[in-house]
Design a binder for this molecule. Structure first.
Ligand code: FAD
Length: 350
């Protein structure tokens, strides 16, 4: 039997889940198709929202708008789903070198909103703190495993477990048809898979592979995120996510022994307490050359939309831009010019 909905969403990662959630909030009909066996960046990500970035510790793009919106959205989501998703988690910086300490000290005294000094003694029983410590405030940890599970519960009635294949998509007079679904629009939230679509393959995607170890570290407080050359992020009960790397040129998405060894070397020199490796995760970040998301409707095919390209900042950007996309689709409000996919008029089907 045919089912008519307003939107068909492809992909239930961070982006597809938020898009479904905001449509549901407004009682707008949708269906969401997701293939659990296709690669998902969300399921291996550490879930950190950090307002500063890079070696120079500068504020990230749009953070003053994006972060408060994301925090209140996750809080609303956890209330609705009766789950614990978001936790405030200051980043403890364990400076890896004198240069990084100097960089921190400089930023502390120049245009600083989020940094503060802390007491290195408090961390000395866990870490080697040769170059001292510092702290980043207003950081949050999102439990993405819980988020995806809770998301699946609330969208269950509209969820279809299936692999979307382009060859099965048909354009009809007022929208699209896929299997038994008729929709006014189809919105792609399928992460790196969008790179292969005929309609979006010319977007400047620059996917990068990232790996992480799941490590048991008994006794390490789980209310903070720890950063040195590596990040140590709470995962669940005595388990921590340890990573990561950014590989732009990769032949496969297998776990690599080189990465594992690098993490072991870093943990050995950083930690004063024992640890056990439990798992090794791999994902591919849907990053892009401009470091700005792709949001909106295709400039030539308005029945096709996309919300993608969140790169390393999916946790904070996804709620903000999926909400903006819903307002655009339903109320014709604008999409941020730097994120609007229509900034690529060269999008052509070949
Ligand atoms: C190692 C690592 C660490 C990271 N850490 C952080 C972090 O701390 N903070 C942060 O903000 N971001 C982080 N990121 C980035 C973050 O994970 C991404 O920005 C975000 O998850 C992207 O979400 P998405 O929904 O666009 O894509 P995805 O999560 O990849 O979701 C795509 C979905 O589409 C489905 N799919 C794909 N193809 C098909 C198909 N043909 N048919 C049906 N379904 C399909 C997939 O199964 C998946 O569910 C990290 C990424 C990695 C790899």
């Amino acid at each position: 039997m045919q089912k008519k909905v307003k939107y068909l969403i492809v992909g239930q990662g961070l982006v597809g889940t938020w898009l479904s959630y905001f449509l549901q909030e407004r009682n707008i009909s949708y269906a969401i198709v997701n293939d659990s066996n296709s690669p998902s960046a969300t399921s291996v990500a550490s879930g950190v929202m950090n307002p500063v970035t890079g070696r120079r510790i500068v504020q990230t793009w749009l953070i003053e708008e994006v972060l408060p919106f994301a925090v209140s959205s996750y809080e609303g989501f956890q209330e609705k789903t009766n789950s614990i998703i978001i936790q405030k988690a200051p980043v403890i910086l364990i400076h890896p070198s004198q240069q990084m300490k100097d960089s921190f000290d400089y930023r502390l005294n120049h245009h600083n909103v989020f940094l503060r000094n802390n007491n290195a003694l408090a961390w000395q029983s866990f870490f080697n703190t040769h170059f001292g410590t510092g702290e980043i405030d207003s950081c949050y940890w999102i439990d993405l495993v819980q988020f995806l599970q809770a998301g699946k519960r609330i969208i269950a009635e509209n969820y279809i477990e299936s692999k979307f294949e382009y060859k099965d998509l048909r354009f009809i007079e007022k929208g699209i048809e896929w299997e038994n679904i008729i929709a006014e629009k189809i919105i792609f939230c399928d992460g790196v898979n969008s790179m292969h679509h005929p309609y979006f393959k010319s977007l400047p995607f620059t996917p990068n592979k990232g790996e992480a170890l799941i490590v048991e570290i008994k006794g390490l407080p789980a209310k903070h995120i720890y950063k040195n050359n590596i990040a140590i992020v709470p995962w669940k009960e005595n388990l921590f996510w340890v990573g990561s790397n950014f590989e732009w040129d990769f032949a496969n998405t297998d776990p690599s022994s080189a990465f594992k060894q690098k993490m072991i070397d870093s943990l050995d020199s950083l930690l004063k307490i024992p640890y056990t490796i439990i798992d090794h995760l791999v994902g591919v970040r849907p990053a892009n050359a401009e470091r700005r998301p792709f949001v909106g409707l295709h400039p030539y095919y308005p029945q096709i939309g996309i919300c993608n390209g969140m790169g390393t900042k999916g946790c904070s950007l996804a709620p903000y831009f999926t909400h903006q996309l819903v307002s655009h689709l339903e109320d014709k409000s604008p999409i941020h010019a730097e994120a609007n996919v229509q900034r690529f008029p060269q999008l052509k089907v070949s």
